[in-house]
Design a protein around this ligand. Sequence first.
Ligand code: CLF
Ligand code: SF4
Length: 290
Amino acid sequence: MSHTYKDLQNSHPCFGGYKNNAGRIHLPVSPGCNIACRFCDRAVNDTENRPGVTSKVITPDESLEVIERALALCPAIKVAGIAGPGDTLASDHALETFRKIKEKYPDLLKCMSTNGLLLYERADEVIDVGIDTLTVTVNAVDPDIEAKLNKYIIYHGVRYEGAEGTRILIDQQIKGIKKISAAGITVKVNTVLVPEINGEHIEEIAKTVKAAGASIYNIIPLIPQYELADLKAPCCVQIDEARTKASKYIDVFRHCQHCRADAAGVPGVSEYGEQIYRRRINIKETFSHG
Ligand code: CLF
Ligand code: SF4
């Protein structure tokens, strides 16, 4: 059964349901990534509190134990999300985890977040598994702009640098969004706002992803680090302006809490990640979008 965008507004914290205090648990099962965002610092530690940051990857079976603990502590959790630390489609761990969740916790909404490089070719698997909500991070729809945000991609074992890679990435993202939304799955698009790079491009992204079938759009401020460490994070006024521009074309989500990849609880209200995951160790790893 697919959930309409309207239903989700009552049950999913990131699709408008924040008013209903619905919670989510993130399961950090996905290691490794197949693209190289210029703002993604792969050397992170457990004192950081950023999107996608998590201390360790867990197995699909461990996820079920984690969900059990999480539901005992926070019955408001209605959504099981996978948003990192790497890309959810770069390995099979996320889809395998969702298959297990479907069996054991059929009432939890299954929410997946991806960079979209493999979305089109893996769309049938995503649909079969019964993903309820899918988020694709689209930071530009122009390969030259995206090349300022992304250094290279690894696609079918080949490394493509700069605009050669971002052309493939954008093409796969848009085709993937079309296929997934045509199957009745509600799609959200996230964009990391980097005013100097994609600030003037937001309307174009909003328009393009809406036309492809996305229902809701979430603009996330850059956390300046790695190659983009010298840029400034957008201020509240810049974020608000970007959201207002985008809202001419698509519904805009304004309550993002920049969750870690192992967050648990009601975003902005309660946080149980520390208790549920028990140990957040200090290791080098990748991180992803939230
Ligand atoms: Fe998680 Fe993301 Fe699903 Fe939400 S978070 S995978 S869509 S269940 Fe939500 Fe957190 Fe913002 Fe993400 S507040 S970072 S938008
Ligand atoms: Fe990959 Fe996400 Fe990092 Fe980008 S931000 S390189 S998609 S893990």
